[in-house]
Design a protein around this ligand. Structure first.
Ligand code: SAH
Ligand code: SF4
Ligand code: F3S
Length: 494
């Protein structure tokens, strides 16, 4: 990472001397999906490299970076309000530098919108140029010193969105590490802003991904979560070669010693080909949770969404996976109130939930996004109808989630322990291979903290809508009567 960063200039802008005892402090606030969560880990790495320490909070910071999302209007409004609010902190600390990064900055007209709301923002940057942050701080410092007034704006379009390797990462501590395998999205679902703000699909090379995963294993991370807007199309933009399809990449990474679990998100039902099902079925470390955003249960609406599959295609895919991967769990994303959605279309979504029996679902009311085709549709659904449908959908899904979880009572599941359960002192918490939250009593004399990073076997005794509870009956890592691989909920009646 080449940088002309001069600490003296930047530190002066914060009103601190470079030789002062305390380094400048940065506070990073993140909104949006896992892509953004991981981008913020890179941002923290870049900031750490040029000497910033983590601030205790915004009040305590010399630099505040807001990593934004614009996927729905509610998110955008909340974030704009937040940026306006943070600006007030400049009254107490004139040396404070405020950076707006992420997807919102990439939208057309966003710079003007941000500045109208918060004229005190110093830097506006996008999603493609994270590694440029040191230089942008430098430019902002120069601007402050009077060389060039006003905010520094650098938002790149996809033309300059090449994959940059070797960026520093400050990962959140824990058992799980996020690894981006591809950037951007080429799907252009008609409701979605992501392809416009994240640019075209760009895959990292499999050897770079493998190297990163190997390093993570050495650092002690037990679970690797592969990230992309449509991971199933990984490698399509690369010349053909080993590991350059998603199934090939899974098989490649499954060979890395030390990683216990591999997960990935997000899949696109249209691109979930049989070779991927085979790879998941055969790869020991690849987990049996399938996050397959359906978006709607109505073929008519799916067509208008440009999703590229019908309700029947979706059901057939779930069926193929269930046959090949026993104990598989399914989660999804669903949108209600897409333009033109009738009561009958919505009933199709409810019936899809009952038919597939999703383990869980993220549910959204359609939010028109400027510049996307669906926002222009004349047959928008009134807000109160969306609200009522969303409510009914959530109720239906909750019933199904509880019923699915109840089927697991009496079964043994393999849990990767993450720590002590929040608000349930004495209980340990972790995730099953199917990504269900499991709380359990550790064996006599063992504290939850002692089990972090271990894979244990838990007998499920109670089921709730969003979690399971049970007791530990074995430790896969330590051996013992129940040690050995328990594939998914494979020991259960299915
Ligand atoms: N690439 C991923 C994530 C996209 S954003 C995917 O395809 O699933 C996450 C979810 O937000 C989407 O799956 C969709 O359900 C929802 N979403 C996207 N745009 C939306 C909009 N305009 N209104 C409501 N929900 C939306
Ligand atoms: Fe948006 Fe569709 Fe791409 Fe997902 S696949 S990011 S919903 S355009
Ligand atoms: Fe939001 Fe950008 Fe993710 S718009 S959902 S943060 S890709």
């Amino acid at each position: 990472m080449e940088s002309r960063y001069d600490p003296e200039l930047a530190w002066r802008v914060h009103g601190r001397r470079p030789d002062a005892d305390e380094p400048p402090r940065a506070h990073v606030e993140t909104y949006g999906c896992q892509m953004n969560v991981h981008d913020s880990e890179v941002i923290r790495g870049v900031l750490a490299e040029i000497g910033y320490e983590k601030a205790g909070g915004p009040e305590d910071a010399d630099l505040i970076l807001v990593n934004t999302c614009c996927v729905r209007e509610t998110a955008e409004k909340r974030i704009l309000g937040r940026i306006g609010e943070l600006q007030g902190l400049k009254r107490r600390h004139p040396g404070l530098v405020i950076v707006v990064a992420g997807c919102m900055s990439q939208q057309e007209g966003a710079v003007e919108r941000i500045l109208r709301r918060a004229s005190g923002v110093d830097i506006i940057m996008g999603t493609h140029n994270l590694y440029r942050l040191p230089d942008l701080i430098q430019e902002a410092a120069a601007a402050r010193a009077g060389a060039r007034p006003g905010p520094v704006v650098e938002v790149w379009t996809e033309a300059r969105g090449e994959v940059v390797e070797g960026l520093p990462v400050r990962r959140d501590p824990g058992v799980r590490a996020w690894v981006t395998i591809m950037y951007g999205c080429d799907s252009f679902c008609t409701y979605c802003i992501v392809p416009y703000v994240r640019g075209r699909e760009r895959s990292r090379l499999p050897e770079d991904i493998r190297r990163e995963v190997e390093e993570l294993a050495l650092e002690g991370f037990k679970e690797v979560y592969l990230l992309g807007q449509n991971v199933n199309s990984y490698g399509r933009d690369l010349p053909a070669g080993p590991g350059r399809t998603f199934s090939g990449l899974l098989r490649e990474l499954d060979r890395v010693e030390g990683v216990a679990r591999i997960r990935y998100t997000t899949s696109h039902p249209r691109n979930f080909t049989d070779d991927i099902i085979e790879a998941v079925a055969e790869c020991e470390r690849v987990c049996e949770n399938f996050h397959l955003p359906a978006q709607s249960g109505s073929t008519r609406i799916l067509k208008r969404m440009n999703r590229g599959y019908t309700r029947e295609d979706y059901l057939a895919l779930v069926e193929r996976i269930r046959r090949r991967v026993p104990g598989a769990a399914f989660s999804t994303d669903l949108i209600v109130g897409f333009p033109g959605e009738t009561d009958a279309d919505f009933e199709d979504t409810l019936s899809l939930v009952r038919e597939v029996r999703f383990d869980s679902a993220f549910t959204f009311a359609y939010s028109p996004r400027r510049g996307t085709p669906a926002a222009e549709a004349p047959d928008q659904v009134p807000p109160e109808v969306k609200k009522e449908r969303l409510h009914r959908l959530i109720e239906t899904q909750n019933e199904v989630s509880l019923a699915r979880n109840r089927e697991l009572v009496g079964c043994e599941v393999e849990v990767l322990v993450e720590g002590e359960a929040e608000r349930r002192p004495g209980l340990a918490a972790g995730r099953s291979r199917t990504n269900k939250l499991v709380l359990f009593r550790p064996p006599e004399g063992v504290k939850p903290a002692d089990l972090v990073g271990r894979e244990v076997v838990v007998r499920v005794e109670e089921a709730h809508t969003w979690s399971l509870e049970g007791r530990c009956v074995g430790d896969r890592d330590a051996g013992g009567p129940n040690a050995g691989r328990v594939r998914a909920e494979g020991r259960c009646p299915s």
